[in-house]
Design a protein around this ligand. Sequence first.
Ligand SMILES: C[S@@+](CC[C@H](N)C(=O)[O-])C[C@H]1O[C@@H](n2cnc3c(N)ncnc32)[C@H](O)[C@@H]1O
Length: 301
Amino acid sequence: MGTLTAQVQLTEAELKLLQTLVYQECGMYFDERRTHFLRDRLQRRLKACQIDSFHNYYRLLTSREGKPELASLLENLTVNETSFYRNKPQLELFQKTLLEDLLRRKQERRDWTLRVWSAGCSTGQEAFTAAIQICDALAYYYLRNPLPFEVPSPKPLIPPPWRLEILASDISYAALRAGQEGIFSEAHMEPVDYTTRLRYFEKTGDRYAIKKALKELVQFDFHNLKTEFLPQRNDFIFCRNVMIYFDEAEQKRLVDKFYNCLNPEGYLLVGHAESLFGLSTKFRMIHRNNGTAYQRIEGNA
Ligand SMILES: C[S@@+](CC[C@H](N)C(=O)[O-])C[C@H]1O[C@@H](n2cnc3c(N)ncnc32)[C@H](O)[C@@H]1O
């Protein structure tokens, strides 16, 4: 087969077919404002696969052998923009109020497990930021309320008997691989202050690597938010700047699933431009100093 250079002609109906397939597979909805993006990425995939008709490409996507190509297409349609400490007022609320309350409630119950899920984690900065904030919050909490146990020396990031599990998930394998690697450029590090860099990062050449002890707290894994089987028993779910790419029906379904993926009184944190208004009445809004989070209301299952 020769190299394809010319663009494949696409009809509106063909584009609509692709839009529907993408929506069914991952919930991303490409309305009229975003069809140029869909068209552009489709052309790139056609070229990469050396396929010269939409019909043949669609047949591939919907066949069993076409699964890897479908995954590549979806990956190419995702927007992976992210950063450390994104939406600082919300993270202040997370660390200073929500975490404090949760640590106290859990300690009273002698429940020492803390489970956090970064759903749509991209390259991991959101999950690593949460890990840093939790380590700092635990250290500060036990500075004021010493643990009734002997703490080993040197102090581990997570004082026993606490267990912290952070799951970072995405549908982009490339993003997951980058997160797993945990190495960031100077530009990525811009929001990270120097004391945090010293505690949690190692300089390797002109880049910064997450230190092993912190890295081990975060597990990266593939999860498609469109599916029904999602990680359960979370105390916090961060799903920020993901739902903006879904339509309202899919947002409602997802928020409903998140309700069931949270522990009683667990928290859902959505992006700055997102809200649960009109999507669910099963959460109460917590708003402080420009930071917003949602807490699961009980008796609503
Ligand atoms: C803009 S990034 C947001 C990253 C991070 N949450 C933040 O706020 O900085 C959106 C991420 O959602 C992921 N995503 C989109 N649809 C998804 C789906 N159905 N399941 C899982 N992840 C998805 C994309 O791959 C992308 O990495």
